[in-house]
Design a protein around this ligand. Structure first.
Ligand code: NAP
Length: 210
């Protein structure tokens, strides 16, 4: 398939590119700083673009079979709208170019998965550190859900840099109200590529943890 990957310079995005190429997909990575991608492959096209600037990436959406987003950032403390604005631009560009399949990472703890990142996140990390980030993620999800795209929202537990195990739980009941369940970025990428091939979880949210 022809895939557009957003967030390819990030840790999960890197896994999406690496595993996607290994599966034979042709990947276009939209990145703000192309020099950050330090590897090459005949099936990888690295293009400069910023999801906050529609003109910078819209032409790259045309002709893709799907868009996979691992968009994220570390501006937690200040009020931010990067995820929702960026995603709105991605959704609009996809709609205009008749690209339907969109798989996007948000997080457990958002909207109807509230409290499912465990007690420590519920009582401390989300209200005191991730409050604005999660507010923006919640808006991000609503923009995707309100779209006419064939979307899947993937909500991981706490991310790790662990190895790809390909053994994990996924579904609407994943997560825990007391414990913080984890999942490696490699397995999140594996799952996103898996549902792309099977067309599972269309127009659904899905949690994923070990
Ligand atoms: N950490 C956790 O425990 C956890 C748990 C659940 C869910 N998540 C979510 O999982 C997702 C992936 O996490 P991660 O740790 O792999 O992310 P990451 O390493 O922080 O990567 C984020 C990516 O988004 C890109 N990006 C940011 N702003 C952009 C813009 N305006 N235009 C284009 N690209 C932009 C970054 O590009 P630059 O390299 O240019 O900055 C980077 O490639 C995030 O949404 C995160 O919130 C994380």
């Amino acid at each position: 398939m022809k895939l557009l990957v957003i967030g390819g310079t990030g840790k999960t995005g890197h896994e999406l590119i690496k595993q996607g190429l290994a599966q034979g997909h042709v990947i276009t990575a939209v990145v703000r700083k192309p020099k950050k991608i330090k590897y090459s492959n005949p099936n990888l096209y690295v293009e400069k673009g910023d999801v906050l600037v529609p003109k910078s990436f819209e032409r790259l959406v045309k002709g893709q079979d799907a868009v996979l987003s691992a968009l994220g950032h570390k501006q937690f403390i200040i009020r931010t709208t990067i995820l929702s604005r960026g995603t709105k631009n991605i959704v609009s560009a996809m709609s205009r170019n008749q690209v339907k399949r969109f798989i996007c990472i948000t997080s457990l703890g958002i909207n109807d998965s509230k409290f499912k990142l465990g007690l420590y996140y519920t009582l401390f990390t989300i209200p005191f550190i991730l409050y604005f980030y999660f507010l923006d993620k919640s808006k991000q999800e609503k923009i995707i859900m309100d779209s006419a795209l064939e979307w899947t929202i993937v909500r991981p537990g706490q991310l790790t840099n662990g190895k790809k195990r390909t053994i994990y739980k996924h579904g609407s009941n994943v997560g825990h109200y007391i414990l913080t369940k984890m999942i490696s970025r490699a397995d999140v990428a594996h799952f996103m590529l898996y549902i792309l091939n099977t067309n599972s979880y269309l127009k659904s949210t899905v949690g994923i943890t070990n």
